[in-house]
Design a protein around this ligand. Structure first.
Ligand SMILES: [Fe+2]
Length: 192
């Protein structure tokens, strides 16, 4: 049976350990949702209702870097052209397939670097309320996109992802080869 948080999350009451766990979990889920896809699938056929996944995994990382590290933490940009590549408010949807995106390996390295820098800031034990807010915002934003990664796979008719910690695949394949949603999921993370 699906379980969901019943009460609002108190982001100011979280321990640093809980927040660090959320950061790790969100990035792990993103990586799990694209790990089995080919490079071609990461730039799958252009559709109006999805994003190219190679762009989208870079975008969630850029968002985390921009708000948690640069805005709240005062750090310098990690990538010189990050804003020109990954700012969803500035880059029209149709052009995201024609950007000169970093390679898959380069993108994963960026994802790891940003995550680790955020974790370092948490582990220093001196987070301001603003940093805590924007780190949490990055987690929730990434959670939203992991839902998008999942429906992108479903939209293209690709194999359902196997997600460690869940009881079943998110959707099943019918005899006709089409996919359909399953109604019984267990996806929630244990958040207060
Ligand atoms: Fe976004």
């Amino acid at each position: 049976m699906a379980t969901f948080r019943q009460s609002p999350v108190n982001i100011h009451g979280n321990s640093d350990a809980v927040l660090a766990g959320w950061v790790r979990e969100a990035r792990s889920r993103t990586l799990e949702l694209v790990a089995d896809l080919s490079d071609e699938q990461l730039m799958g056929p252009q559709l109006r209702i999805v994003n190219p996944l190679l762009w989208e995994i870079g975008h969630v990382t850029w968002f985390q870097e921009k708000w948690a590290l640069r805005h709240a933490g005062g750090e310098a940009p990690i990538r010189a052209h990050g804003d020109a590549l990954y700012d969803s408010a500035a880059i029209p949807h149709d052009t995201r397939w024609s950007l000169r995106l970093p390679s898959r390996e380069d993108t994963v390295a960026y994802m790891t670097t940003v995550r680790d820098r955020v974790l370092e800031r948490i582990e220093q034990g001196k987070l301001s309320e603003q940093e805590r807010y924007f780190i949490t915002l990055g987690v929730f934003h990434e959670d939203m996109h992991t839902e998008a990664f999942t429906y992108t796979r479903q939209t293209y008719g690709w194999r359902a992802p196997f997600l460690p910690g869940t009881k079943s695949h998110l959707f099943s394949t019918t005899k006709s080869g089409r996919t359909r949603s399953r109604s019984v999921l267990s996806l929630s993370r244990a958040r207060p």
